[in-house]
Ligand binder design. Structure first.
Ligand SMILES: [Zn+2]
Ligand SMILES: [Zn+2]
Length: 98
């Protein structure tokens, strides 16, 4: 992924982003022992940067942005697609309500 200067690039492609969206908050395990739920904290994820084209798609629900919380990634990508660590990007949004 290339980024020119401080210009953010779209999380779904390499075009420069025209807008950023505040993501919904979600609770993620961030402890030494991930099996201990008391380590779960609400993590404020960075804003989602999108190019005009993808911002439109996301708004229409044609594309969904996911997040990979693997320490090696912690990036956005297209939901369900493999991230650089090999795991899929996971659904954003509150809790396990769906
Ligand atoms: Zn894009
Ligand atoms: Zn990953």
């Amino acid at each position: 992924m290339t980024s020119r200067g401080s210009e953010p690039s779209c999380v779904l492609c390499d075009q420069s982003a025209t807008e950023t969206t505040e993501p919904s908050r979600r609770t993620l395990a961030r402890g030494l022992d991930p099996s201990d739920s008391s380590y779960s904290v609400t993590v404020i994820l960075p804003n989602i940067a999108l190019c005009a084209e993808h911002a439109f798609d996301v708004r229409q629900g044609e594309r969904l942005v996911g997040w990979c919380d693997n320490p090696r990634c912690r990036t956005y990508g297209e939901l369900g697609e493999p991230s650089p660590c090999g795991g899929p990007y996971e659904k954003l949004g509150p809790g396990k309500r769906s």
